[in-house]
Design a protein around this ligand. Structure first.
Ligand SMILES: Cc1ncc(COP(=O)(O)O)c(C=O)c1O
Length: 402
């Protein structure tokens, strides 16, 4: 079929990349410049401090890499661990699976707790394994905060309590790729040693800037591993090279300039709105989406409300209906991009991302489009029911707290 022009704006409702605010796009329209000039640090130095705020950290150290989230997973593991080190983690979706796969391919000894997809990390099970590890062989606990594939958020505060209750010194690594900048995240309070983010979700930028917030403890682990023969190989993602350059505002290699300008503007957007308001807005939009799903008579992939994600809702298609068809039809007919089901849930779920630069009416557009695509695919939902339920909820619950 020949490509056709799709008039109007594409409604981008995949859970990342997300919509880029116009002012952020404008901020990225810059001429190239010398990244070793005397002027350059005036752009970069404040970024290292300001970015910490979205991680809920004042004690951490930020490193910015030209990379996507996957690269930052690698950065966390390779800087702090040695070949054969034990790490403890849980698998409950495609992204937790991929991080496990990376850890195994890097040569770590990965203890995997298999959890049902639609649930998340279980602090009590983590505590049990850590308590049994009397010799403290487990060096890190890895948790995906928001499993984007299934629309599940795990409780990182509770994981921290579990580690402390076990009296275990393991580091805590948290993938916040689809949570940081949109869900409450408190790296210092939760004592997160490596908090991992990518630019294309809550930070409302294109993909390509990977961000990590590293605790003092993780920095020490990295320094301690430096002289070891069995340390994991690290070159491009080595924090050491960045530590030498970043304090003066420079990078060990060519940084992605437009993304740095974009980050400055995106952070300004988040701070102007206020992070607490940003978190509240995501909570309201998430609940409005779930109200629509309930009104359609459909179920979310998240097994119970405790797992609900406020950045993405994965919706189970009814038995016998291919979710991929709903997604394709929404795109081709209504210019609406919904998130695909990945791996185990391919063809079973479609996802509505509600992360980033969104408001009530943009979300209602996606709900209307999803509803039309469901109807066109023979799913017997009551026309208008999802939009009615979501809009009633949105009218009663303002997006801004203040
Ligand atoms: C939770 C989570 N972790 C990691 C990744 C991988 O990030 P990237 O695609 O930026 O490499 C994604 C991507 O969507 C994700 O949602």
């Amino acid at each position: 079929m020949a490509a056709t022009r799709r008039p109007g704006r594409n409604h981008l409702f995949v859970p990342g990349p997300t919509n880029i605010p116009d002012r952020v796009m404008r901020a990225m329209m810059v001429q190239s410049e010398d990244h070793r000039s005397v002027d350059f640090p005036s752009l970069t130095k404040p970024l290292f401090e300001d970015t910490k705020k979205v991680f809920g950290s004042t004690d951490g150290t930020i490193f910015l890499f030209p990379a996507s989230g996957t690269g930052i997973w690698e950065s966390a593991l390779t800087n702090t661990l040695a070949r054969g080190d034990k790490v403890l983690t849980s698998r409950y979706g495609q992204f937790s699976h991929l991080w496990i796969d990376m850890a195994q391919r890097l040569g770590l000894d990965v203890i995997v707790q298999e959890e049902e997809w639609g649930t998340g990390a279980k602090p009590e099970k983590i505590e049990e394994v850590l308590r049994a590890d009397k010799g403290h062989e487990i060096k890190a606990v890895m948790v995906v905060h928001n499993e984007t594939a299934t629309g599940v958020t795990s409780n990182i505060g509770a994981v921290r309590k579990a580690i402390d209750a076990a009296g275990h010194p393991a580091m805590l690594f948290v993938d916040g790729v689809s949570s940081i900048g949109s869900l409450p995240f408190y790296a210092d309070e939760w004592k997160v040693d490596c908090a991992i983010a990518g630019s294309q979700k809550g930070l409302m930028l294109p993909a390509g800037l990977g961000v990590i917030c590293v605790s003092q403890k993780a920095l020490k682990a990295a320094e301690g591993s430096s002289g070891r023969n069995d340390r994991l190989a690290r070159v491009y993602f080595d924090w050491e090279d960045h530590k030498k350059q970043n304090p003066t505002g420079y990078f060990p290699y060519t940084p992605p300039l437009p993304l740095l300008y974009g980050l400055r503007e995106a952070l300004a957007c988040l701070f102007e709105e206020g992070l607490e308001n940003v978190y509240h807005r995501h909570a309201v939009l998430g609940e409005a989406t779930r109200q629509a799903v309930a009104a359609w008579g459909l179920k979310t992939c998240a097994k119970s409300p405790e797992w609900n994600s406020d950045t993405v809702t994965a919706i189970l298609a009814p038995e016998g209906v291919d979710a991929a068809k709903i997604i394709k039809h929404a795109y081709v007919r209504y210019n609406l991009a919904l998130g695909a089901g990945l791996s185990q849930v391919a063809g079973k779920v479609f996802r509505i991302g509600h992360v980033g630069d969104l408001n009530e009416l943009s979300l209602l557009g996606a709900i209307a489009g999803a509803e039309m695509s469901l109807l066109d695919n023979g799913v017997k939902v009551t026309p208008g029911s999802g939009v009615a339920a979501a809009s009633s909820y949105l009218r009663e619950n303002p997006l801004s707290k203040s």
